[in-house]
Design a protein around this ligand. Structure first.
Ligand code: 3H9
Length: 719
């Protein structure tokens, strides 16, 4: 909807009204058309201001409308009508002008922004391009290279940067609407010729071909198979090479291709999934809207290794006071330097003073006595963690929340060490903890709803996307990772190479193939976990039990590499070779290929030719199958939780929505049929036997992903 008022006698003010972000729904578009007609027909009105209610100009097209039969006036003619108006139109931008919102502002003759406003064309992250003239007007306004950068990355810019780039005419700290009205009064009756952006020529750099060539290369490298960034470059190229009307035709044609693509569906699903995970619930009935978090003013971090340092930085940067505890004096000295360096670097990047004074260091665990929440981040060793939780329970003031940063240890076992197990939750950070956006908040059997709500709130305060998950080995992310890794190992046993498996997964869109990723994160990490749970044989076994554990096929390949101190990048050798320890460029290693041949010979395995499809099917479907088990067990509340975890924490390509969304796109019956096939061929391989929830969903007619929750049986829980 849009409200019309007249102020200062001659300025017509049109206010967009569609909370929460004044998205351009059919009703809003109709409102703008009607109110513009009114403003232009009233002879007393000499100029017009367009603004948005509640301090937000406009968040762009209404994404919720995309999957529906769209009705109402189209955006392009609406914006053209504003631009061709005979009276000056000023956009008063507060809060946000994003996507179609900025395109609407670009149709206005002037733009005035509040200093705190953010502007951008983020359509690319929804699998689209700015399809209401943005790809044609922005390059005309701010040059081709600048427009290419903004449109292909979708980056939001501050008002100050927008002024510098020439996107806005003025930035104000005062009331934006008042300033815009004043401005509108001052330009009434003046010529608008130079202010109709579409009528201006597109500035042409002399090396225009090279500019586009470079942009296209950069975009393709980053895109990992995503279509939208490539189409964005093509659309801007049309602005540079074609007259405006033809450029618009090209924009429309490219937009149409993207709009109906599976990638756009996946990215739009992912946009809403990221928001849906905030509305968490547990099988026991605790919910985001009925569980009140407790305020946390002071927090403590125990253990200042890599993870502890990153967590300290994340908390301090968010303005929390942190007591950082490390009992090893040498480690403490190094940590002080490390944390300060990270805080300074982060502050320089963000143009703010470093939060050095937010952190107090101590080598005594007693320093936690007065904090509201503790995050223990010591080495991943259950006995050590148990001892610390016993101490914390005795030392902390009543009511202090006790959180553990663990990637898979049992939260209930730790909670049992404390007097108040209801105050204990897991917080699984991802490395580097001050950079990675994901946080798994793990509730145990006894965690109180308030403890979960507080951990979730701390997560969002420090800029993470927090996902509440149940307590099981590996939680959601690492539990799903396990069958994926296992399939990759089995494929090596059967004849594949790390290069083949990685190539297939990277072509699918993963940031890194499974073996390159293992080399980066360190093969010894998983080895230590497998040793702790008794999977690693005390000595190299031969005979039938060498490749069997707990009644299932097991591949000791990773263990054998670790015994050779091939831990990956850190030792310069892993699944690949590197030029030195710590080297980054993975090169195929003839040693490894010989090792695989000898291993196969030793175990009577005959290498066969494995095609790309089998690699993809087995790795992905084993992972997806485990995802369905997680839903069945109530460890994740819905498929969105799994998808967000996998995209943000494990490099799953965003334009494929996440593993569970992908399963729906491929077709659940196809996933089931392929799993059944591979299970028949490899009956000893764990995780290829389709889980019962998948069967149930297929038997229910493969409902769309937003209906899965109705089919998932809610298990009983203690919470
Ligand atoms: C486009 O414009 C195409 C055109 O070029 C061409 C057309 C022809 N529509 O994120 P938040 C909802 S494409 C519908 O939690 P924040 C959101 O789902 C569009 N709903 O708040 C959430 O709902 P709920 C280009 C939208 O303050 C609520 O608003 N625009 C839209 O952290 C609050 O959102 C974009 O890509 C929308 N456009 O961040 C902008 N936007 O409460 C997308 C938000 O039920 N939006 N919602 O979960 C954003 O980036 C952020 O939402 C924003 C606010 C920065 C605006």
């Amino acid at each position: 909807m849009a409200l019309y008022t007249r102020v200062s006698g001659s300025v017509g003010v049109i206010t967009l009204q569609n909370p929460p972000v004044n998205a351009l729904s059919a009703a809003v578009r109709q409102g703008i058309v009607d109110m513009m007609d009114r403003a232009l027909s009233e002879p007393e009105v000499k100029s017009v201001v367009i603004c948005g209610q509640n301090g937000k100009f406009c968040g762009g097209a209404d994404i919720k409308e995309f999957g529906t039969n769209m009705s109402g006036p189209a955006l392009i003619p609406l914006i053209d009508r504003i631009e061709s108006a005979a009276k000056p139109v000023v956009a008063a931008i507060e809060g946000i002008a994003l996507g179609g919102g900025l395109e609407l502002a670009l149709g206005c003759h002037y733009r005035i922004a509040h200093s705190k406003a953010k502007l951008g064309l983020p359509e690319v992250s929804l699998g689209l391009l700015p399809g209401a003239g943005g790809t044609q007007r922005l390059p005309r306004l701010i040059s081709i290279p600048a427009a290419l950068e903004l449109i292909t990355t979708g980056r939001h810019v501050t008002a100050a940067e927008a002024l510098q780039l020439g996107i806005v005419d003025k930035v104000t700290d005062r009331n934006t609407l008042d300033e815009a009205v004043k401005f509108a009064l001052s330009v009434a009756g003046k010529s608008l010729d130079l202010h109709r952006i579409s009528t201006n020529p597109c500035p042409h750099p002399p090396d225009v071909d090279a500019v586009f060539e470079t942009a296209m290369q950069r975009v393709r490298q980053r895109a990992r198979g995503a279509l939208a960034p490539v189409a964005c470059v093509q659309a801007v190229r049309a602005a540079a090479t074609l007259p405006y009307a033809h450029g618009m035709e090209r924009e429309r044609e490219l937009f149409k291709g993207l709009f109906t693509s599976g990638q756009a569906r996946a990215l739009q699903y992912y946009f809403f999934a990221q928001r849906a995970v905030g509305r968490w619930s547990t099988p026991g009935g605790a919910r985001w809207d009925t569980s009140k978090p407790r305020p946390v003013r002071r927090a403590a971090v125990i253990g200042l290794g890599t993870m502890g340092r990153g967590i300290t930085v994340a908390l301090a940067q968010a303005g929390l006071s942190v007591v950082a505890v490390e009992t090893n004096e040498k480690q403490l000295t190094e940590a002080k330097q490390g944390v300060s360096d990270m805080l300074e670097r982060g502050a320089r990047r963000r143009g703010v003073p470093p939060a050095l004074d937010k952190v107090i260091y101590s080598h005594k665990i007693q320093a936690v006595a007065d904090v509201d929440l503790v995050i223990e981040a010591v080495f991943e060793d259950m006995e050590l963690k148990k001892a610390i939780f016993q101490q914390l329970s005795a030392l902390c003031k009543p009511g202090t929340f006790l959180c553990t940063n663990t990637s898979g240890l049992d939260i209930d076992e730790l909670a049992a060490q404390t007097q108040n197990p209801e105050l204990v939750v897991g917080m699984h950070f991802f490395a580097p903890a001050h950079v990675m956006k994901l946080l798994e908040v793990v509730y145990g059997q006894k965690s109180s709803p308030q403890a979960v709500a507080t951990a979730m709130q701390i997560g969002s305060k420090i800029g993470k996307v927090s996902v509440a998950v149940g307590n099981c080995r590996g939680f959601v992310g690492n539990r799903i990772l396990k069958p994926y890794l296992e399939q990759a190992f089995f494929l090596l046993e059967e004849g594949a190479t790390p290069e083949l498996v990685d190539k297939v997964l990277e072509e699918f869109g993963f940031a890194m193939g499974v073996f390159r990723m293992s080399d980066l994160s360190g093969l010894d990490v998983g080895w230590r976990v497998r040793k702790a749970i008794g999977l690693v044989a005390p000595e190299a076994l031969t005979g039938p039990y060498a490749r069997v554990r707990e009644g299932h096929r097991y591949s000791p390949l990773g263990d054998l590499l670790c015994e050779q101190v091939r831990f990956g990048q850190k030792t310069g050798r892993g699944w690949y070779q590197y030029d030195k320890p710590g080297g980054r460029v993975a090169k195929p290693d003839p040693w490894l290929h010989r090792f695989l041949e000898e291993y196969r010979a030793q175990h009577g395995l005959v290498a066969r030719r494995i095609d790309h499809q089998e690699v993809l099917d087995r790795c992905l479907y084993a992972l997806i199958n485990e995802g369905f088990r997680i839903l069945e067990d109530g460890i994740a509340a819905g498929p969105e939780d799994i998808d967000v975890i996998y995209v943000l924490g494990y490099g799953w390509p965003q334009h494929r929505g996440g593993p569970m969304f992908y399963a729906g796109m491929v077709g659940l019956n196809k996933v089931l049929e392929r799993l059944e096939h591979y299970h028949q061929v490899h009956p000893d391989v764990p995780n290829l036997q389709p889980c019962s929830l998948l069967r149930k969903l297929v038997a229910s007619g493969s409902p769309p992903i937003n209906k899965w929750r109705e089919v998932i049986k809610k298990p009983h829980s203690q919470l």
